[in-house]
Design a protein around this ligand. Structure first.
Ligand code: NAP
Length: 275
């Protein structure tokens, strides 16, 4: 699959350039809006099927602009496809001249099924997006940042399930442990270039992914029930988190003030898991 933009506007500004994958909804959308409000130019990246939502997001971000300057661009990319991810990075560089921040957020969760009953194909499907996709994003963003020679920030999406495995989420948990390993390895490799690499590990965050999750074996059969009933019991703060709370952490970790933090996968989980 190739990567394309719906329209391209040259930007000559000195804004930081950020790419966010899986930006059409949920955490990725909140991160894109937050980084745009922080002053970044953002490439909002998702699958072709999400082009309409990405265009709305781009318009919302450009409406923040006081002087008509373009502050966002839609970039269609499938993170499982190596050419697509390379083209995503090249597109941001072509439009803005650089890449400063890569937020590798795209991920999928399969229906929750007991370990011994899950379709074997879940392994390839989930690892492809959550682990391979993150690897490609880290890798090609890292190559570009090293070439530029002025550091950078790479941020990945792990999970509380990337710290402790559970029945019903075996392949998802494995993929999110992979993101932690990748984050540590990339941080080790890229530190000497001034590039930090960190990941968020959310617990229950209210997004389309989790809203639509049901857990029939525990009696949760309708969308939203897991959030309303189970999530508040699992963290010491007793509630579900918001995408904006994850975005607030991303805003910090990509800031200059977070320049001495790298290789970390940080829980944003209302106290579900203590490291
Ligand atoms: P979401 O609502 O499902 O949004 C994910 C976005 O990624 C969707 O727009 C999705 O498009 C897109 N996407 C899927 N496959 C892709 C691909 N191959 N290439 C590019 N984009 C792709 O998920 P979310 O809840 O915001 O989660 C964001 C990240 O945080 C994920 O990595 C997730 O695993 C992680 N996370 C979330 C939670 C939580 O409680 N929400 C907890 C722990 C970790 P389609 O919808 O068209 O597939």
């Amino acid at each position: 699959m190739s990567t394309s933009t719906t329209s391209e506007t040259a930007s000559t500004s000195q804004r930081k350039t950020a790419l966010i994958t899986g930006a059409a909804q949920g955490i990725g959308r909140a991160v894109a809006l937050r980084l745009a409000r922080d002053g970044c130019w953002v490439g909002v990246v998702d699958l072709k099927s999400q082009e309409g939502a990405l265009t709305e997001l781009k318009d919302e971000i450009n409406a923040l602009s006081q002087d008509g300057e373009s502050r966002a661009e839609v970039i269609i990319a499938d993170v499982t496809d190596v050419k697509s991810v390379k083209n995503m990075v090249d597109t941001a560089v072509r439009i803005t001249g650089k890449l400063d921040i890569m937020v590798s957020n795209a991920g999928i969760l399969k229906p929750l099924v007991p370990f011994l009953e899950a379709p074997l194909s879940d392994w390839d499907d989930v690892m492809d997006v959550n682990a391979r996709g993150a690897y490609y994003c880290y890798r090609f963003a890292g190559e570009q940042m090293v070439k530029q020679g002025h550091g950078g920030r790479i941020v990945g999406a792990s999970s509380v399930m990337g710290k402790k495995g559970r029945d019903m989420v075996a392949t998802y948990s494995a993929s999110k442990f992979a993101v932690r390993g990748l984050t540590q390895s990339a941080a080790d490799a890229l530190g000497k270039y001034g590039i930090t690499v960190n990941a968020y590990a959310p617990g229950h965050i209210d997004t389309p992914m989790t809203h639509n999750t049901v857990l029939p074996s525990m009696g949760f059969t309708k969308p939203g029930e897991v959030h309303r009933t189970l999530a508040p019991k699992e963290g010491v703060l007793g509630r579900t988190g918001s995408a904006e709370e994850v975005a607030a952490w991303v805003s910090f970790i990509v800031s200059d003030g977070a320049g001495f933090i790298t290789g970390q996968t940080v829980g944003i989980d209302g106290g579900m898991h203590f490291d």
